[in-house]
Design a protein around this ligand. Structure first.
Ligand code: ADP
Ligand code: GN1
Ligand code: MG
Length: 375
């Protein structure tokens, strides 16, 4: 197999960071939808060492210096907590930023692109789909613990790296505008999906209403708790570190839990082209509830938040389905796609999961009540 590509200006990017040794290999890495991720290996006197180079998508993240300020604060805070708990073994339990030669948390290339470097977390991997209950429980425990670690983050309110990121009313209005403008001429062919989204408009306001009434509160949240944003140990399968910190900002814990349900209690991949294969798997849902409420965040959540753990999965799946549909209508400007119907297929599979979650609401409520759902 030939060496996979890196951008032509990669050597200049590498030179902006004080890394020891000679670059011996580099290539694309991971499976994210947003950033460009590469791994690079260096040969130095002390041996071989790998790093992750990421070009942050600044069309999506409009203020990268602010984003990197969040990342710097969050990685330092989490590292100090993990260090206090685990000592030297903590090195791979959180992302470690490598500052650029000028001390900044990122470097810019000649075209104005933003690059950052993390230590490579060795001996670990990510999965795009949960395959067993132990994995779901462990991922939920890791994300729950991570949220609890951020509960006492010192300093000012974090920057909103994408304004209104999980503001479902705003996501709904963006979809409505895309349907009206129809810039790619695709709306006529997706009336069923548009109708599905519009029929659930009231759901868009449910958590926002609770927030407005003070029943639930804003906290520091991860906001992208997809299963492939937690690294798992190659040997034991245990969770190693929560990654992908770009959307850490003020949010609702229910967004994080809902995103776990969407990606970790579902029967197939997010972009399975056959929506009939997609449904909620209740044993995985139970494992998520147990892992999440059994983690340190269990002591942080109030009763109103617990009561919405069933709805949260539906809301985030609905939101993601709307976002994929919006991107399809807008001509595929946001997510990386591999073929022209990719976003539409993702939308259909998400909406199939919404339907399945609706059918399972009572049972999910029972599972929450049976677990640690009551104080
Ligand atoms: P995106 O926002 O595009 O999803 P991520 O930060 O999640 O970007 O990175 C993409 C993938 O790269 C991850 O799913 C993971 O497999 C891998 N990855 C990211 N950071 C590291 C790291 N520090 N060590 C090893 N692998 C990593
Ligand atoms: C994106 O970056 P990645 O692939 O982890 C997206 C999430 C979506 C997800 C859908 C910044 O996540 O919000 O839920 O795709 N991230 C951003 O797979 O938009
Ligand atoms: Mg990711």
């Amino acid at each position: 197999m030939s060496q996979p590509a890196v951008p032509p200006d990669f050597p200049e990017v590498v030179a902006a960071f004080p890394l020891e040794g000679r670059l011996v290999s580099a290539g694309p890495h991971g499976n994210g939808h947003i950033n460009e991720t590469y791994q690079a290996a260096f040969e130095a006197s002390g041996g071989r060492r790998r790093y992750v180079f990421q070009k942050v998508n600044h069309h999506i993240f409009r203020n990268v210096p602010a984003l990197m300020d969040n990342v710097r604060r969050v990685t330092a805070h989490v590292a100090s907590k993990v260090m206090a708990e685990e000592g030297a073994a903590a090195a791979r339990r959180s992302l470690t930023l490598v500052p650029a030669r000028d001390g900044a948390a990122f470097a810019q290339d000649a075209a104005g692109g933003y690059w950052r470097v993390y230590d490579f977390i060795e001996g670990a991997h990510t999965v795009d789909r949960v395959t067993n209950e132990a994995q779901a429980r462990a991922a939920a425990r890791a994300f729950g613990k991570f949220q609890a670690q951020l509960a006492d983050l010192p300093g000012a309110r974090l920057h909103e790296t994408i304004p209104n990121f999980h503001h479902t009313r705003s996501r709904f209005e963006t979809l409505r505008r895309a349907v009206g403008d129809d810039p790619a001429g695709r709306a006529g062919a997706v009336r069923a999906e548009i109708g599905f989204a519009f029929a659930r408009e009231a759901d868009a306001d449910r958590l926002l209403g609770m927030l407005g009434r003070g029943e639930i509160r804003e906290r520091v949240t991860h906001n992208d708790t997809k299963i492939n944003n937690v690294m798992l140990d190659d040997a034991t399968g245990r969770t190693v570190a929560v990654i992908d910190l770009d959307t850490i900002m003020p949010g609702l814990p229910l967004y994080d839990f809902g995103e776990m349900v969407r990606t970790s209690a579902s029967s197939t991949l997010e972009d399975d082209p056959d929506p009939s294969r997609m449904h909620v798997k209740l044993p995985l849902y139970r494992a998520l509830v147990e892992g999440y409420l059994g983690s340190e965040v269990g002591a942080v959540l109030n009763d109103a938040e617990r009561a919405e753990l069933g709805f949260a999965g539906k809301l985030m799946t609905y939101e993601n389905g709307m976002r994929f549909l919006t991107d399809y209508l807008q001509g595929d400007t946001y997510y990386k796609i591999r073929h022209p119907r990719h976003n539409l297929e993702r939308c259909r599979t998400q909406f199939a999961l919404v339907r399945s979650l609706e059918e399972a609401q009572d049972e999910m409520a029972r599972i929450v009540a049976e677990t640690h759902g009551r104080p």
